[in-house]
Write a protein that binds this ligand. Structure first.
Ligand code: NFE
Ligand code: MG
Length: 566
């Protein structure tokens, strides 16, 4: 007999997501992913000046604010064929890297680790053993016996006062939780330290962007950071070194804590390399240009179909028609007026809500397609596409992680195991480690270019009469982001954002092809239907951001179990 479970809302994510699954014989047989809110920022942009679009677009999300600003200015620059100065590229790159380091640290510790780490079990740990395990993984100074003891005391105190706070509703003691108490304690210690180090990465964003969230320094044509080494209120030596110091702190945390934790804990849950692959088409776009014209990139883009790494097809640059021509969005199963699959330039966004109905329309998220196919985007796609193209940094960190996980699991692990729930989490740590190396490189490129006396940051845009079109791509923390603009006589006529969580969280399409969340859930085990921890593991591995994906409705269904979870 099959059993229906509705998880609504899915929490420890940004926004409102509902997941429905059918469980048969302890395994998920069917799944539906529904975004349950609609905001309409694309429609707000129509009629506006393209130079100010980024300020509004950045408000699409409170988590990845910067990325929508970046994609927006790149879209307008693409439509104008406007080159920006090298300093502007590099300052944008540094903001993007710093923001992503913060985002990845938060994803693992705050948003997904507690699906694997049992906080309550940490009370039983021997702090000396925890410290010894932590010290065997890296020489991070926060791995001392005193640190582990202090964290355990803090936890004991919470529990004694009946105040587990944000930890209250976790699935503690669930049979799928399998770490020894000592590993749980070290992970809780790092959870608390992560709160501090993610903040340091964001401080670098704030120095370059004037504030965060929602940076202020972007412009169509470049950035608004005046560069003058001799002035107090500009980007000067002090501020450059402030950025460097914060990036170094975040880098240390990523390389000495986040990366080793994920790879070692991954090895202890190695069976989760078997579940959650789902859609095995992957896409990423090139990122981190190292020249003003954006012809060379430090992270490659490309497409992999059906998990065929050897057949990877590159996306060369931000104007490559292979990407620009082949993206569509399908609304057959989404709450918009009509039933079509259209290129973003030709799309409309006409909200039309019907009751949640898995046989018809059931989500506010549109279903993006590439050459008609669902695509998985995100760190896993970034890592596989880069690995398959021989990217040295990605290969270095991916191989290191697979070695650590393999030695803990006592198995030989190749990159193919990354196509899984656990692989998605590992890929994020691998990507973060790659970014941490790139942080120093791009800081050096900026310092060197300024050292040559180049202070240019802006080229003024000029809008022609008539119609122009363009798209801006960005490899955001959750994957491929693209903004598409149609500009008529200097005003926005159409604005479409096709966002990472839209690619991954989207519903079925006109051909009934499932989206990545849905496909990845099918086959997952569920030990206790009232506590569907395993489904959450897979969904959280994508780090859903529904504010991004849909740019409040709550449907009532008939179900056996309806659960709210931490
Ligand atoms: Ni709101 Fe974002 C975008 C998504 S960054 S978090 O764009 O999805 O990954
Ligand atoms: Mg959109």
């Amino acid at each position: 007999m099959s059993q229906r479970i509705t998880i609504d809302p899915v929490t420890r994510i940004e926004g409102h997501l509902r997941i429905d699954v059918e469980v048969e014989g302890g395994k998920i047989s069917k799944a539906w992913s529904s975004g349950t809110m609609w905001r309409g920022i694309e429609n707000i942009l129509v009629g506006r000046d393209p130079r100010e679009a980024w300020v509004f677009a950045q408000r699409i999300c409170g988590v990845c604010t910067t990325v929508h600003g970046i994609a927006s200015v790149r879209a307008v620059e693409n439509a104008l064929d406007l080159e920006i100065p090298l300093n502007a590229q590099l300052i944008r790159n540094l903001i993007v890297i710093a923001h992503a380091l913060h985002d990845h640290i938060v994803h693992f510790y705050q948003l997904s680790a507690l699906d694997w780490v049992d906080v309550v079990s940490a009370l039983k740990a021997d702090p000396a053993k925890s410290a010894a395990i932590a010290q065997s993984l890296s020489d991070w100074p926060g791995n001392s016996v005193q640190e582990m003891k202090a964290v355990q005391e803090k936890l004991k105190d919470f529990v004694a006062r009946g105040q587990l706070g944000i930890f209250t509703n976790g699935y503690w003691g669930h049979p799928a939780m399998r770490l020894p108490p000592e590993v749980n304690l070290l992970a809780v210690a790092h959870y608390l330290q992560a709160l501090d180090y993610q903040r340091r990465a964001l401080q670098a964003v704030a120095v370059l962007g004037s504030k965060t969230p929602n940076i202020q320094n972007l412009a169509v044509g470049g950035v608004a950071n005046a560069i003058n080494m001799d002035a107090a209120s500009t980007l000067n030596m002090n501020r450059l070194f402030e950025v460097k110091a914060r990036l170094e702190e975040a880098t240390r945390f990523v390389q000495q804590v986040y990366f080793p934790d994920v790879c070692a804990i991954g090895g202890m849950y190695a069976d989760w390399f078997k579940y959650g692959a789902g859609v095995r088409n992957y896409m990423s776009v090139p990122e981190f240009p190292t020249d003003a014209k954006a012809t060379r990139f430090d992270a490659p883009g490309g497409v992999i179909l059906n998990g065929d790494l050897a057949g990877v097809k590159p996306i060369q640059n931000w104007k490559d028609p292979y990407f620009g021509k082949n993206v569509t969005e399908d609304i057959t199963r989404a709450y918009y007026d009509g039933s079509w699959d259209k290129h973003p330039y030709d799309e409309t966004t006409d909200p039309k809500y019907n009751a949640w109905d898995p046989a018809k329309k059931y989500s506010w998220v549109k279903a993006p397609r590439f050459e008609g196919r669902p695509m998985q985007v995100g760190p896993l796609a970034q890592v596989l596409v880069a690995y398959a193209q021989g990217d040295a940094l990605t290969q270095k960190w991916a191989n290191r992680c697979l070695e650590v996980a393999g030695s803990v699991a006592k198995a030989k692990l190749g990159p193919a195991v990354l196509e899984s729930t656990l692989g998605r989490i590992a890929a994020r740590a691998i990507r973060a480690a790659v970014l941490s190396d790139l942080a120093m490189k791009h800081w050096g490129l900026l310092a060197e270019n300024i050292g040559k006396g180049d202070t240019a940051v802006y080229n003024e845009p000029k809008f022609p009469t008539g119609t122009i079109r363009g798209y801006g791509v960005h490899e955001a923390p959750r994957g491929v982001l693209s903004h598409w603009v149609v500009i008529e006589n200097g005003k926005l006529k159409n604005y479409q954002a096709v966002v990472p969580s839209t690619w991954n969280a989207g519903p079925r399409d006109g051909k009934d092809q499932m989206g990545p969340y849905e496909a990845s859930l099918v086959g997952n085990p569920v030990a206790v239907p009232e506590k569907p921890l395993e489904a959450l593991r897979t969904i959280h591995s994508f780090d859903p951001c529904l504010a991004c994906a849909i740019h409040t409705h709550d449907a009532e269904g008939t179900e056996i179990a309806r659960v709210k979870v931490l």
